[in-house]
Structure formats: C-alpha cells, structure tokens
Design a binder for this molecule. Structure first.
Ligand code: PHE
Length: 340
C-alpha cells in the first residue's frame, strides 16, 4: 500500500492541467468519490492495525496534495479567462485606421485629365531621359539657345547629348513622329531644370502638355479650349487673358493668364497686384515642327500648350511654398483626400 500511495503521489504531481477539460479529467481520476484516492481509503480498512496509523497519515497527505493541486489549477484557469476578458475594453474609442492621402499634385493631374478627356483628348506618355533632338532640335530650338546651356539643363551625356527633359514638349514630337494626324492628346509628366530650390522654383516639377493637330485647327480653338479648361478647373467666374509671348516651337505664341482666384482681380501678393496669374504657355504649332515630324503644314495645323501642375495646385489649395510638394511632410500630405 505504501508503494501504491507513492506512485499515485507522483502521478498527481506530473498531471498536466492546461484546460477545463484537463481539470475535469483530473477531478474524476483523483478527487471524486469514485476516484483513486477515495478507493485507497477503502483499501485502508483492510490494513493491519499496527500500520493503519502511518498509512492513514500518508493517505491524508496524498488527499490534501491532490485537492490543493485541484484548487490552484482551478484558480489559475479562472484568472486566465478573466484577464483575457479584461484586456478587451469595449468602451474605448476606436483606433482610427490610418490610410494614406492622395498627393495634391496627383489630385490636380487627375482633374486636368478628367476635363480634357471630356473634350476628346487622350493621355500620352514619354521618356524623362531624352535626347537633344526630341527635347530641342525637333522643336525648332536654335543651336545656341540658352536652354541648351549646362547651367539651365541637366545633361547626362554629351556627344551625343542625353538630358533630363526640360519640358513635356518632347512628347509632342514622339507622338507626331510615331503616328499619323489627327492628334488630340494631353501629356502629363515630370520635367527637370537646373534651378536653385526656393519657394517658387525647384529643380524638378510637373507639366501637362496639350496638342491638337488636325485640318483647320485655328487660334480660336486654342483660346476656347483653354477658356473652357479654366472655367472647369477654377470655377465659372474665371476669366482668361492671352499675352503675346515667344516659344521656338509655336507661332504665334501666347501666355495664358487667369483672373486671380484669391483677390478676384483687385490685387494681392499672389498675383503680384496685377489681378492675373499665369498658368500656361501656348501657341500654334510652328510649321517647322510639323515638317520635322513629316507632317505637311499646308494640310495640317494645330495648337499646343504646356501648363505647370504645381502652379495650378498652389492656386487651387492656396499653397504658398513649392517645396512642400516634395518634402514628404505627413502634416502637409494628410490634409488631402484620403486614398479610397
Ligand atoms: N514647353 C513650354 C515651357 O516649358 C510650354 C509650352 C508648351 C509653350 C507648348 C507652348 C506650347 O515653358
């Protein structure tokens, strides 16, 4: 009997109780009235009188051990359940799901595309690393034009010249060279110029080029298209003004101004007290450019324009520093429309 008590004591000690099921198994085996310990008390009746006292004591110790183990395991399991329930506080405010925002330059680009798509313009794309011919020569830039200077343009290689495009006008050439007229396309993208970074200038920025080439395209089409764009983009009240200008690849050329959105023409520091803000360069495609792309200028005419996405975005959202667009400051970026 001594032996039996010892071996059961070992079994009690090594019994693993990790769940409610384990606990119930343990209870049935060792604690219940039909359990092993209870049956040992039955056996005690048959033990010789002189051994009974010592056996009885061992058996009582075993019983206590078994019961204490049961109690501790039971308490342990209960507190585990309670603590998981406590971790879950349903009255706490929710943790907001942090989704990113759309970059303001993209929001403006999407809006520009939306407006021109409704006028039947396609979206086209071209390379940012460009050769001299597509960026300058085909666009009728003379050999000694200042834009071809090292201090204005980032050259990657010399002879033959490879450079970071200085405007999106290179895509006009790629399009007209690759395909046959008519063309009605806008070409958004990034451009690069060797400029010192400030609130008003950056070494890279974004443009949207526009090109419309067909039979009988006139200057009035250019004017009406950009007038429509300005009203769609900035509101029905917006006026436009065309100022004579010069670009080697358009003739005649015009700068497009819109009436100042901030002061409505009265004069403020955004419009430099003129009441007008420049948003684009434009003009009728120069016959030499058409010829360079094997298009007959007697048969086809067209207009082109190029606008700065940064400038339009600054007007739209009253942003006064160009550097904010590329600094990745979350405090700035999170103020725009979330990504959905
Ligand atoms: N490429 C010119 C610029 O970067 C803008 C422009 C495009 C002007 C098309 C006329 C026609 O300033």
């Amino acid at each position: 009997m001594e032996q039996k008590i010892k071996s059961i004591e070992e079994k009690v000690n090594s019994f693993l109780i990790e769940s409610k099921d384990d606990l119930e198994q343990y209870r049935l085996q060792y604690i219940s009235k039909k359990g092993i310990v209870a049956s040992l008390f039955e056996d005690l009746k048959g033990v010789a009188v002189e051994q009974k006292k010592a056996m009885g004591k061992s058996l009582n110790d075993l019983k206590r051990l078994a019961e204490e183990k049961f109690k501790t395991a039971q308490e342990g399991l209960e507190s585990k359940v309670a603590s998981t329930a406590n971790d879950l506080d349903l009255s706490l405010p929710i943790i907001p799901n942090k989704t990113g925002s759309q970059h303001p330059l993209n929001l403006t680009r999407y809006r520009i595309i939306e407006i021109f798509e409704r006028l039947g313009f396609n979206v086209e794309d071209g390379p940012e690393i460009e050769d001299d011919w597509h960026n300058f020569t085909a666009l009728n830039f003379p050999e000694n034009h200042p834009a071809r200077e090292m201090q204005d343009t980032f050259f990657i290689e010399k002879n033959p010249d490879m450079l970071l495009r200085t405007h999106t006008s290179n895509v006009q050439i790629r399009l007209m060279k690759d395909r046959k007229p008519p063309f009605r396309a806008i070409m958004p993208g990034r451009v690069y110029r060797n400029e010192a970074i400030s609130a008003r200038a950056h070494c890279f920025f974004h443009q949207v080029e526009g090109l419309y080439v067909d039979k009988n395209v006139g200057f009035s089409d250019l004017k009406q298209t950009l007038f429509h764009f300005a009203k769609e983009m900035f509101g029905k009240e917006t006026k436009i003004r065309l100022r004579p200008s010069f670009f080697p690849f358009t003739e005649p050329s015009a700068e497009i101004d819109i009436s100042c959105l901030i002061c409505h023409g009265k004069g403020c520091n955004v419009c430099k007290y003129s009441g007008w803000v420049e948003i684009a360069g434009s003009g009728m495609v120069h016959p030499n450019v058409l010829k360079n792309c094997d298009i007959d200028p007697e048969e086809y005419t067209g207009f082109a324009f190029g606008m700065g996405i940064e400038r339009i975005t600054m007007l739209r959202y009253s942003i006064n520093d160009l550097r904010l667009f590329s600094e990745n400051d979350v405090r700035f970026l999170k103020q725009f429309k979330p990504v959905v």
